[in-house]
Design a protein around this ligand. Sequence first.
Ligand code: PMP
Ligand code: GLN
Length: 381
Amino acid sequence: MSFTSKLPAVGTTIFSQMSQLAAQQQAINLSQGFPDFAASDVLISKLAHYASQGFNQYAPMPGILPLREQIAALLQHCYGRSVCPQQEVTVTSGATEALLVAISAVVNAGDEVIIFDPAYDSYAPAIALNGGKAVHIALTAPDYRVDWQQVAQAITARTKLIIVNSPHNPSGMVFSQQDWQALQSLVVKYHLYCISDEVYEHMVFDGAAKLSANRFAELAQRSFIVSSFGKTFHVTGWKLGYCVAPAALSDEFRKIHQYVTFSSFTPAQYALADMLAQHSEQVHRLAAFYQQKRDSFSTLLANSRFRLLPCQGTYFQLADYSAISDLDDVAFCRWLTIEHKVAAIPLSVFYQTAPDSRIIRFCFAKQPATLNAAAEVLCQL
Ligand code: PMP
Ligand code: GLN
């Protein structure tokens, strides 16, 4: 049977491929981004509590109100923004769902959407599914900064949306105040919409202020701001996230969300609402927690032949391996996994047109023993 794919260029994601190869090879998995340590006992016992107490039927379509209220309180605390939990906050099945739904809410056939490469892998397919055209702007090593002049030049009469991701996966780049202001100016001037993917919002290092589209009022008025509890509470497998957007945008978002999943995993929503109400310090400690991991991983690799790139946020570390091998990054990652039993992610797969560089991504959201064992191997290459 012949079948015309809507996504002819799309295969299995690099995250599935590398995690599968790592498992097959019994390699240390620093590829796909997920912690290898447990979430807090309190959170796990709250999930068990709510599941055993019968909180197992459909949650309200936009999420349980106590969780939306806690999200609103968190935004107030972190960014001084006041949002309406009833109208402007929607709980989703992970940030992935929120991104697809927000893109679907905005993008019509023929619309152009600006994205920055290396781009998180779900953006371009979600744009394509809606008949839109992704306009890729490449960011490059070592610091992956956006040239806002270049962005202004890429805007056409068809540009509808710009998708940003700060702290940025995979580069670890974090937007400055000037970046946010430049973005806001363009969005306002050209009447664009913005999706701000902030799943690593609580992981910014070296004392940098936590910035967010939430802090820029005119930008926030035209933005869908997306975050993930998977990242914040070390529970990527729970697939719970949320989208914050002004009421008119949230209304459209919910029209689609209600037919994608209708609602998200109920007992976890109650557990997370309690965590935010009673243990929000866990969120506020996240930056220090991961900064320590970034620093210890970089100390462990100091005597290796990898050259580490700057990492201002996220739980990813880019490394240039050109002193070790001439292989391209996809081949290098396979070689590293199969021959040396450490898995990483090649950078080129996040580009439409990859620069000629030898850079891979390691995830350092791992226990000290895992990072030590990986570093021992990596230092011998
Ligand atoms: N955006 C970025 C930049 C990510 O790294 C991830 C990764 N996990 C997601 C979105 C998706 O988050 P979730 O697991 O909550 O769907
Ligand atoms: N966000 C994770 C990463 O960047 C992967 C999520 C996924 O596998 N879809 O590694």
